[in-house]
Each structure stands twice: as structure tokens, then as C-alpha cells.
Design a protein around this ligand. Sequence first.
Ligand code: MG
Length: 256
Amino acid sequence: MSFQSTGKFDLVICDIDGCLSPESHAPINESALSNIAEYNRKAVALNDRPLVTLCSGRPVSFVEAMCRFIHNTKIPCIGENGVWLYDPGSNMFEMDPEITTEHLEAVHEASKFLRKKYHARGVTEQPGKSAAVTLYHPDTEYLQSILPVVQDELLDQGWPFRVSMTWFYINCDLQHVNKATGIARLFAQTDIDPSRTAAIGDTLADKFMADSVNFFACPANADPEIQTSAHYVSPYEEIEGVLDILQHLGGEQISW
Ligand SMILES: [Mg+2]
């Protein structure tokens, strides 16, 4: 399955947390989200604008739900920082074939190890991940304080993880899987031309997205460091910023 528009871009690959939904656990702005759905319906009906799909570190079931909310019926979205592709056209989920049984065992062992060490201190694991361990604690400063320790502990065990921090979570992801490998699989499956794609992100992990596409944009709330990779930074925050970026990409005539 592919998608082509008569405009400059065929596809916009959008992060979720801090872009389409608030960075915090606050409610999602459903009227703005319905604007994205309307925008996507028009993309499919008129072929005059790039379609919006998703690339997120969230568990793939959350990404699938968001994909259906925004009425992307054509192009796969990416969950769990590249671990999964979900194709809304065929309803198929595909884990990166480069993830072996040994990798999944390392994830399981790391999860047990971190639970044993940090559960009593109030650190919980985000449910629903298949090949990554994501840690949460209500006190973000505490979570930040254990980041280097967790990094060293996983390294000492010889497990192949990349440990990074988003605003509220520690992500322990398999080293060889990231948003860029997910996007490469998406391109391979859809014949979409990378030079006709754009991405939207707000944290450093989204550098993998910026490096995979022709045009990268951020909402105003994005980490200042990732903003240096952007061709356009919206003056608006989160989903309002995404709507502004879509207008910027599509030109004045694009509406929802
Ligand atoms: Mg984000």
C-alpha cells in the first residue's frame, strides 16, 4: 500500500506524546484531534496533502488506537520506538524481524532485574511493551537521578540496551531498534519516497525521525536541543502546533 499526493509531501510522520497528546497524563484535546482526522479524510479523498501517520515510543496498542482516531486508513504507523509496525489497511502487526528470541529474553531478564531493584522504591514499568522496558516514577527528579545507574547496571549485565530519558520516562530500548529503523521498514513496505516525507517530534529520541525524512518540524514545547534539528518550529504547543505545521507543509489552501 502506498499514498501519493499532488503536493510537495506524501507523508507526515508524527510523534504522539508532546505532539498529538499532552506530554503529561492530561486529557487529549479531542476537538483538535478530530481536526487531524478530518485532515486525513480529505487527504485520502482529494490527494492534495500528505497523510499523517504515527511514530511513537508508546505501546503499539495505544498507537493503533490513535491511528484509528486520526483516520489513517492507509499507511502503517510505528509503535514502541520502532519495534512494531501496525498496518491499518490490513490490521497486521509486525515486530521488527531483527529482534531475536535472545533479544526478547534479555528484555524479560532486564524487566525482572529492574523490578527487583526499584519496585519497592515506587518505580513501575509501563505496561504493554513487548521488546523494551519503560520505567515510570511520579517524582521525575528521582527518575532522572537513577538514569545513569540503570544505564550502568544494564551494561554490566551485558544486555544490549540504549537507555534514554523522555520527559517522564526512562526508556530501555534494544540498541539496534529505533524510530529510524521503524521508518526504514515503513518506507520499504509502502514504496513511499523519503524525499517526499516530513516528521514532527518534540524530544531528543525524535532525532531518529529528523534524520529519516526531508523536513522536520517541532511544536513550541519541544526540547530546545531537538529544535536545532528542525526546519520549522511552530509558535504553538502540542497538537495546536501540529495543526499549524500541517498548514505550513500544505500551504494556505489546506484546511480541515
Ligand atoms: Mg514526544
